[in-house]
Design a protein around this ligand. Structure first.
Ligand code: FE
Length: 352
């Protein structure tokens, strides 16, 4: 080899190494992920900042309602900057999956930490925190010994006593889907009919409004998610605090399948530009310490069994949960919506 060709070789090698280090610098600078979330709690910010400090990965947070975020992902397609979708209710996550908006994640951490019924069977979404759909009862007018199951709420003794929101709500759709999965379509329809017969009023308002209606003596029993009791207890509005204090929590179906639960969950988007870092963040969210902060922020239960449940939720007692695979709730969503229509749920007790 001549003197010149050796010099040439070194020059090429030098240029190549410069290019590589430039690329590395660029990669370090691009350490970021974009999170589409419907959650809007101050404590989430604490978790995000802690992750940013520990890893140097910046989180771009885009907040909107779950349905808006799903629509946004759909319209953005391959151009979407989103890496992750964080939302509530397995029904919605199944919907996002079925629209082809999510991709499988191969993570030993996620799979070993999250029980299989709380995640998608193809690992396209994962539960992060749990909530139970329970019976809130008037402490003044109902004894908890009178309560047993969701099914028993159709008994005539509860006529004009039951408060629950409309059928357009995903929480109710998922509850009915769980009843279809457990008892079959025919029995589930009979159940829905029986509940309508016992309505205290035409369904209106959200879960909080049902609890407030117990305080106002419009009805005696409300079917609501657990975390709303926590929200009301910590409200600045005294009426809301009084409403929460007026009710007891009953976890139905403890002698059979357990109480219906649902999740707040996360999925990796189909076209995630920052896949590796996004998975790092998902794994971070299920670590013991973060689970405790994340669950407590919305008065929910952690999915990581080694994480402690908050003092308030522990005071409600432990309970047996229905460990039906949450995927089923999405699969049976349509059947639930049809059943609600068939029993004229939203027209109220006098329509039948
Ligand atoms: Fe909610």
């Amino acid at each position: 080899m001549s003197k010149y060709s050796i010099l040439f070789l070194f020059t090429v090698l030098f240029m190549f190494s410069c290019k590589n280090s430039n690329e590395k610098i660029e990669q370090v600078q691009k350490q970021e992920i974009t999170l589409y979330t419907h959650r809007h709690y101050e404590s989430d910010k604490v978790v995000f900042e802690k992750f940013e400090q520990e890893t140097g990965i910046k989180i771009n947070v885009v907040k909107a309602s779950a349905d808006e975020l799903i629509q946004k992902l759909e319209s953005e397609g391959k151009q979407s900057p989103a890496d992750l979708l964080l939302t509530v209710d397995a029904g919605r996550l199944v919907r996002a999956k079925n629209k082809g908006l999510l991709q499988s994640v191969d993570s030993k951490v996620l799979i070993s930490t999250i029980p299989s019924y709380l995640r998608d069977q193809e690992n396209k979404w994962f539960g992060l925190t749990k909530r139970a759909r329970i019976i809130a009862y008037s402490k003044e007018r109902v004894k908890p010994e009178e309560l047993t199951t969701y099914e028993a709420l159709t008994e005539s003794k509860w006529e004009k006593k039951i408060l629950i929101r409309s059928s357009s709500n995903i929480y109710n759709q998922s509850l009915l889907a769980s009843i279809i999965a457990n008892n079959g379509k025919t029995e589930a329809k009979t159940w829905a009919e029986g509940i309508v017969k016992n309505f205290a009023r035409v369904p209106k308002g959200n879960d909080r409004d049902q609890i407030k209606a117990i305080l106002a003596a419009e009805g005696d029993l409300a079917i609501v998610n657990t975390y709303y009791i926590g929200k009301l207890l910590n409200s600045k509005d005294l009426v809301e605090v009084n409403a929460a204090n007026a009710v007891g929590l009953f976890f139905p179906n403890q002698d059979d399948r357990g109480t219906h639960i649902n999740i707040s969950g996360i999925g990796l988007t189909k076209h995630a530009p920052n896949k590796a870092n996004a998975i790092k963040f998902m794994e971070y969210l299920v670590s013991k310490e973060v689970q405790e902060i994340f669950a407590e922020a919305n008065y929910e239960y952690p999915v990581n069994a080694s994480a402690n449940t908050s003092t308030l939720l522990s005071s409600w007692g432990s309970f047996k949960e229905d460990n039906l695979s949450l995927t089923k709730l999405g699969e049976l969503n349509k059947a639930a919506v049809i059943t609600f229509d068939e029993v004229a749920w939203d027209k109220g007790p006098n329509a039948q």
